[in-house]
Design a protein around this ligand. Structure first.
Ligand SMILES: *[C@@H]1O[C@H](CO)[C@@H](O)[C@H](O)[C@H]1NC(C)=O
Ligand SMILES: *[C@@H]1O[C@H](CO)[C@@H](O)[C@H](O)[C@H]1NC(C)=O
Ligand SMILES: *[C@@H]1O[C@H](CO)[C@@H](O)[C@H](O)[C@H]1NC(C)=O
Ligand SMILES: *[C@@H]1O[C@H](CO)[C@@H](O)[C@H](O)[C@H]1NC(C)=O
Length: 381
């Protein structure tokens, strides 16, 4: 007996081996194998003519067909080659919520950290980030959400080149801000390798080198979401009793917008349809939804996975509604040493002196002194 044709590869082999096997073919075999092949061939030619006619006037389609689609597992685990897509938010969130039910990966997966930049437009501190990422390809991915009218213009040797995602207008304190954050998470979830997801702004800087940052995040048992139960007017004072039964006042939380979450929490954020409508309807200014939605929702769903502290340093000591912004003349050795040292926090249930991996808010003018001090104080560049 000839081996049974059982897969595409086998079909290819048997076709190559045809001259040798032909003499032995019986009429029954001919009917069983050759006729279906002829039928298939005719089918393909008709389909081919149809497709060719469709392609007249759409050169893009012809170009597309030249890119080879992998037929193995690669097809399902390869991240999107182009971050631009035409999915609506509804379609994107649905796609991003897919989760494999077998937890063990049947391939070597190097977990990556997704750096999600939520900006208005340009990234003035990008030269500092370029140095931070240099040489660590394969362990990070970058996503850029800007004002939709802004077209990022990074050269092909930049880590930010073609990392912009389809974006929409987002306003501070409004649900459109949470929508942008969910959009960033959803786009980043499309890459199966992304395991940790950090939200950053154009005024953020890295405070450690890449290896320390990577290990700190990948090895952490908790996600770094600032979570606070503030009894005052800016905390529980913003709660609206219409949120019952999804959210009760003792579940109401406040926290910094600049979160860091693992893949599990990222998925629970993109798939949420329970809390989202309540926050959209009942947390409007002066309830600033981007300070409450994720901290509250995640505390209800997965309190044990939260570190309840932010990984992004910020200085509120000057008072007022906005934290301090640092410019050229603030950036000194003493200043950076003050940010980097003298801290005490809990990491994987142990005391740690490394509490912040990122800092904000840094003005564009801080770039030059930061580039100068980074090699000695931040450990890169
Ligand atoms: C895009 O980059 C090129 C080359 O770096 C520069 O000449 C041009 O002004 C940039 N355009 C915008 C809109 O930033
Ligand atoms: C960072 O980690 C990578 C992979 O573990 C290693 O190859 C590299 O030498 C490390 N770099 C530094 C500066 O420690
Ligand atoms: C964070 O707070 C929740 C309660 O809101 C608690 O269950 C959890 O253990 C806390 N996380 C840490 C690391 O202490
Ligand atoms: C940090 O906190 C731990 C536990 O509360 C304490 O033992 C340690 O002395 C503190 N370290 C500093 C530098 O404050």
């Amino acid at each position: 007996m000839q081996p049974r044709v059982s897969s595409f590869e086998d079909v290819k082999d048997s076709m190559q081996a045809r001259p040798a096997s032909q003499p032995r073919a019986s009429p029954r075999l001919f009917l069983k194998i050759f006729l279906p092949l002829v039928a298939l061939g005719i089918g393909f030619s008709v389909f081919g003519m149809y497709v060719t006619r469709l392609q007249i006037g759409t050169p893009g389609a012809i170009f597309q067909s030249c890119i080879e689609e992998p037929v193995g597992l690669e097809r399902w685990i390869r991240p999107p080659s182009d971050l631009m897509h035409s999915m609506s938010d509804e379609e994107l969130l649905w796609r991003a919520s897919w989760v494999p039910q077998i937890k063990r990966f049947p391939f070597k997966r190097t977990p990556k950290v997704a750096f999600m930049f939520l900006t208005r437009g340009p990234l003035p501190l990008s030269p500092l980030w370029e140095r931070f990422f240099k040489g660590h390809e394969g362990r990070y991915s970058i996503y850029l959400h800007t004002h939709p009218s802004y077209k990022a213009n990074f050269t092909s040797n930049s880590v930010f080149h073609r990392r912009q995602i389809p974006s929409e207008v987002s306003e501070w304190g409004q649900m459109s801000m949470c929508d942008a954050e969910r959009r960033l998470l959803a786009n980043a979830l499309l890459d199966l390798s992304n395991e940790r997801f950090i939200l950053l702004s154009e005024s953020c800087i890295p405070l450690s080198n890449f290896n320390i940052t990577y290990q700190y995040l990948i090895r952490s048992r908790h996600s770094f979401v600032g979570v606070l139960d503030d009894p005052g007017p800016y905390g529980r004072g913003r709660y609206n009793a219409n949120m019952i039964p999804e959210v009760s006042i003792d579940q109401w939380r406040k926290g910094s917008q600049w979160f860091e979450v693992n893949r599990k929490l990222a998925i629970s954020i993109v798939k949420d349809t329970t809390y989202y409508p309540k926050f959209k309807k009942f947390c409007r200014p002066h309830c600033y939804v981007d300070e409450h939605y994720f901290p509250t929702m995640l505390t209800i769903e997965s309190p044990h996975l939260l570190a309840n502290r932010s990984i992004t340093w910020v200085d509120w000591s000057r008072g007022g509604a906005h934290p301090a912004t640092f410019g050229k003349f603030d950036i000194t050795e003493a200043f950076l040493k003050r940010i980097l040292g003298g801290q005490n926090c809990s990491y994987n249930n142990q005391a740690s002196s490394l509490c912040f991996l990122f800092g904000r808010k840094f003005a564009p003018s801080s770039l030059e002194p930061l580039l100068q001090l980074a090699p000695t104080l931040l450990g890169f560049g």
